[in-house]
Every structure is written in structure tokens, then in C-alpha cells.
Design a protein around this ligand. Structure first.
Ligand code: FRU
Length: 570
């Protein structure tokens, strides 16, 4: 069972791969791959146990590269090539994926996802030298969560992405054990002060016999593709905060007092806690002082706050007043009324660099699939992105392909956070499938492509329902006296435990809906992002049709566009 990859490569090309002994072998199993260039042996990759080992090859000259391995003995996971000089512009060239980490086809087009493997939280979202950098929680070897790496991609517009080499790798002992719970957990990035790269902060999670342990670490990157100078970030743990294993997701940003701030998510005996640290120098890894609890949420007991982030957001009603928004997720939280789980909150308030005075709290996303949201100050103002999934739907035994949400703007209006889609998305509008009107009850067939629908609603007394055709889902967006709802049910699935969640914004009275459809995703932005619902579709089959159920006059305008990824330039 000799397998091989053959490809021409140029001098200077770097190849990354992971290999391990095939599961059938035990004892002193050796995994091996032989590399040759134009027929001459140039390297051998070996791994001596059942865990994946990361291996590299740098081509000193160009030629025809052949990588050969015996599939009876060796499992080769992802393998890709790149030119370090041009990796940010050209990305990686995928040479091989395995039966375990290859994504189901066809894949989403409009929404970002990793080129192979498992993905969760956005990390280190940053803008540097004309490019957005999106790092993310990553397990390259299967479509299920495993020891955490950081994936990496870059974009000029947050819509079109170029995949870069994997950025952070877990410690070798963690990487070698697919069942290990540890690795490089979530974090953030800030620019280096000399304008020459990024500093990244992240959590190192270790599973130990005496309990889990989380501590913070930092690396810098000057070439923006590989980490250097790993350093520990010593942080005081307040005594009332317990759970050594729930002390994570450093988010570093510049505060209104000109000093650097770091948020961490944790919990105590009765609440989800966001901790605040402060430093005069965001680059100094050992200069962080505990300020205290920035925020405590006791609505869900001792559930950990995850992935807190905080950002200054313009108040469109009062441009002079800087508003700050804190966003955090609460793992294991549950809304009693709708049975939705793992909720994310956005708190609008005033922040002086040490104290946060909240003025308004809301949910970030009523369909709950905008988890671990991360925001950045872009040249066009604050923007953010989330993981379009929720841990409550995840199963250890089944693959769970996901995407990131669409990128959003962030602004405060009427004292509330609005997160509309970034304006660049409108540039993707192509063929109009409906213009201004949509006959009630008539079914419009949708192309197998991303689609945007927009509806202006009159003050309606009855319900307006936008019903989508899908082979595996009962899917609709409904505005009624109950509020704004994404009706979602997997056809033929029996609800086995508890109540099925209702993806409902119960107070919502929207007058405009913008709905984005992609394979595996629906996102609803109501009234310029005042209410947003992102829902992962547990099927990669396309949405095939739409029809409108409403009383005449309730929908005053309806537009539908096919979205074309070629319409805007990278
Ligand atoms: C949130 C989270 C983070 C953690 C990461 C691990 O989705 O649980 O708190 O750092 O995922 O992958």
C-alpha cells in the first residue's frame, strides 16, 4: 500500500506535514515517509509512536518532489507547501489530506472556514500592514476537537481569505495524544510597537492528574507566519477565583487611559467572572498587574466566562461620547424560557481603564451560534467575528464542520449595541432574483450559491414568515407577536432530551431583515444589526427555495440577490 504525493516545487519551498504510526501497529511502531527530489533521496520523516508528529522539509533546490509512505504502517495527515517569502500573498498549497481531516464537499463559500480539520474560536483577530489576520482554534487531524493548534488566514477585506501555515503547535507530548484536552487555547494579538509584526497572547491548557491547569503565554511573530520568543505571562490569580482550569482566553487591548489592558475569563463559586489586568507596556510579558473583577455575571451560577473581549464603539446618537462594549460567552448557561444554551452577552457601558460602569446588557445573538466573538479596531472602526457554532450541539463522536460568522461592524444606537454586516458584503450582490416585490405564497427557486435576502416590513399585526426549502431542515424566519425567530428543526430528528430550543429574540419588533444563506449557515440581521441571529445548519445541502407567508401589505419591499465571491477584489 505505497502511497505518494508528487509535485513540482521551487527552491526555498517549505513543506509541513504530520505523520504517525498507523493504528493497527503497536509496540515499537515506526511511521516513515521518504522524500526525494528528481529521484534523489533528500530526507526521511519518522515518528515513533501513535501520536502525530509535526515534520518539515525545506527545499534547497527546485525539482519534482516525491513523498512516499506505506499506508499499512504510516498515517500521513495534512501536508502542504508554501514559499515563506510569499506565504501571506499566495497562501499554502495543499498536497494531501486524509480520510479523517478532509472537509465534506461542497463547502460554504461566503463564510470562512479552515482548509481541513476542526476549527473553533477566532483568535488574534488583528489588522497589520494592510491585511486582517485571523487565527483560530484548530485541530488539523480530524473534524473533531483535539489538542489545540492555532490556524491562520489573512484577508484584505474580511471576506476573501488566504490560508497560511499553521501558526501555533501544542507541546509535543500534548500533540501526540489525540485524547489530550490541552494545547494552545484562545487568545488575542496586538501589533509590535516598531511596526514589525504581532505579539500574540494565548492560554496554555494542560490536563494533569491533579486537575486541569491554565496559564498564559506569549509569542511574537515578525514574518507573520511563524512564532518566536515563547514567554510565560505570570498573572496573579485572585483567591476568590477558583478553577485552575478555568482561567483563560487573554484579550489584550489599549485602554482609554493609554495603558494596556488584558481580560481573562474565569469563574468563582457563584458567577462567571471577567478579570482585568493592566500594564504600562503591552509588550512586557511579566508586567501585568491584577486590577480586579471587571464584571461578574451570577445569572448562571458558577459557569465560566469564556473569550471576553472589550472594545470602544462609536455612539451614533452622541459622537462625542466614547462607549465601551464588553462581550463574553457563558459556557453551560441556559435561557429558561427558550432553552437556548451557551449564551453570549454584550454589555454597553463606560470604561475609564479600571472600572466598567454598565448601562445596558443584551444578548449578542439570539440564535446562539456566534460564540467566542472577537473584536478589533480596524481602519474602518470596530469590527468582529464569531464562531458560527455552539458547544451544546457538538458531539465527541461525530464530525462537526463549522464556519466563522460573517464579519460585523459594531456601533451603539439608542444605547444598544448594533452589529450589522460589514458594508463590503453588499459588493458581492450579483444577479437579482427578486426586485422590490415578492408575491405572497409564491415559491422562488434559489441558486446553489450564497444568497442575500432583504425585507422591509410594515407595522404588521399578524405574522410574517419567510419559509426556506431544504432537504434536511424545517427552516424559516418568522416575525410575530412572539418576536423574531429562526425556526429550525432537523427533519426526522426526534428531540430525545429536554425541550427543543427556540431561537427567539422575544422583544424584537424589526422593520427590516437582511438574511444571508450559505451552505451550512443562515444569518439574520434585523434593523441594521440591532437583533442578529446566526444559526449553523446541520447539513451541507443547499437551501433550495424561499416563499413568503404574510398578509398583503405587510412586506413593503423584498429583494433577493445571488452573491458572487468574484464581485469584489481581494
Ligand atoms: C471557547 C473555548 C475557549 C477555549 C477554547 C478551547 O469556545 O472553550 O474558552 O480557549 O474554546 O478550544
Amino acid at each position: 500500500m505505497i502511497r505518494e504525493i508528487q509535485t513540482p516545487i521551487a527552491a526555498g519551498t517549505v513543506v509541513h506535514a504530520w505523520l504517525k504510526a498507523a493504528e493497527v501497529l503497536t509496540g515499537n511502531a515506526v511511521a516513515k515517509a521518504i522524500l526525494s527530489l528528481d529521484g534523489n533521496a533528500v530526507a526521511t520523516w519518522e515518528a515513533h509512536d501513535l501520536g502525530f508528529r509535526f515534520v518539515t522539509f525545506v527545499a534547497e533546490r527546485g525539482g519534482e518532489l516525491r513523498i512516499a509512505w506505506d499506508a499499512a504502517e504510516t498515517e500521513l495527515s495534512a501536508t502542504y507547501a508554501f514559499d515563506p517569502e510569499t506565504a501571506l500573498a499566495d497562501g499554502i498549497r495543499l498536497l494531501h489530506t486524509s480520510a479523517h481531516n478532509t472537509l465534506p464537499e461542497p463547502s460554504p463559500q461566503l463564510h470562512f472556514r479552515s482548509p481541513f480539520g476542526w476549527m473553533n474560536d477566532p483568535n488574534g483577530l488583528s489588522f497589520f500592514d494592510g491585511r486582517y489576520h485571523l487565527f483560530y482554534q484548530y485541530y488539523p487531524h480530524s473534524l473533531r476537537w483535539g489538542p489545540m493548534h492555532w490556524g491562520h488566514a489573512v484577508s484584505r477585506d474580511l471576506i476573501h481569505w488566504t490560508h497560511c501555515p499553521v501558526f501555533l503547535l501544542p507541546e509535543p507530548d500534548v500533540a501526540a495524544d489525540a485524547k489530550a484536552k490541552g494545547g494552545c487555547f484562545s487568545g488575542s494579538a496586538i501589533p509590535l510597537p516598531d511596526g514589525d509584526g504581532l505579539r500574540v497572547y494565548f492560554t496554555e491548557h494542560q490536563s494533569r492528574r491533579d486537575g486541569d491547569m491554565e496559564r498564559q503565554r506569549s509569542v511574537v511573530t515578525r514574518d507573520l507566519i511563524a512564532p518566536q520568543s515563547l514567554a510565560e505571562v505570570p498573572l496573579e490569580r485572585p483567591v476568590e477565583s477558583y478553577g485552575r482550569g478555568d482561567f483563560r482566553d487573554p484579550y489584550v487591548f489599549l485602554g482609554p487611559d493609554g495603558r494596556w489592558k488584558m481580560l481573562l475569563g474565569t469563574r468563582d463559586k457563584s458567577a462567571a467572572i471577567v478579570l482585568l489586568y493592566d500594564s504600562a507596556d503591552g509588550q512586557s510579558t511579566d508586567g501585568w498587574q491584577l486590577v480586579g473583577r471587571l464584571f461578574a455575571d451570577d445569572a448562571h451560577g458558577a459557569a465560566p466566562a469564556e473569550c471576553p473581549c472589550m472594545i470602544e464603539v462609536p455612539d451614533v446618537d452622541n459622537p462625542e461620547r466614547a462607549r465601551w462594549v464588553l462581550i463574553y460567552a457563558v459556557l453551560t448557561s441556559r435561557d429558561q424560557v427558550t432553552a437556548r444554551r451557551n449564551l453570549t452577552y454584550a454589555v454597553v457601558g463606560d470604561f475609564d481603564g479600571r472600572q466598567f460602569a454598565p448601562t445596558h446588557t443584551q444578548e449578542l445573538d439570539f440564535a446562539t451560534d456566534c460564540y467566542a466573538f472577537q473584536a478589533l479596531q480596524s481602519p474602518d472602526g470596530p469590527r468582529g467575528i464569531g464562531w458560527l457554532a455552539n458547544w451544546t450541539d457538538f458531539s465527541k463522536d461525530e464530525d462537526f464542520p463549522t464556519t466563522m460568522t460573517l464579519p460585523r461592524r459594531m456601533l451603539v444606537k439608542n444605547g444598544e449595541l448594533h452589529t450589522p454586516p460589514i458594508p463590503e458584503l453588499s459588493g458581492l450582490r450579483g444577479v437579482a432574483l427578486a426586485q422590490g416585490v415578492l408575491s405572497i405564497g409564491k415559491t422562488i427557486l434559489l441558486p446553489d450559491a450564497p444568497v442575500e435576502l432583504s425585507f422591509d416590513l410594515a407595522q404588521a399585526e399578524g405574522a410574517v414568515e419567510i419559509v426556506f426549502g431544504h432537504e434536511a431542515l424545517d427552516l424559516a424566519v418568522r416575525v410575530s407577536d412572539d418576536g423574531l425567530e429562526i425556526r429550525y428543526r432537523e427533519i426526522g430528528q426526534m428531540q430525545t432530551q429536554g425541550t427543543a430550543p427556540r431561537y427567539l429574540a422575544s422583544q424584537a419588533t424589526p422593520r427590516n431583515l437582511r438574511i444571508f444563506l450559505d451552505r451550512g449557515a443562515i444569518e439574520v440581521f434585523a434593523d441594521d444589526g440591532r437583533w442578529v441571529g446566526s444559526k449553523r445548519l446541520a447539513s451541507t445541502a443547499p437551501v433550495t427555495s424561499v416563499s413568503l407567508q404574510a398578509k398583503t401589505g405587510d412586506v413593503v419591499c423584498a429583494d433577493i440577490w445571488r452573491l458572487d465571491m468574484q464581485n469584489t477584489k481581494r
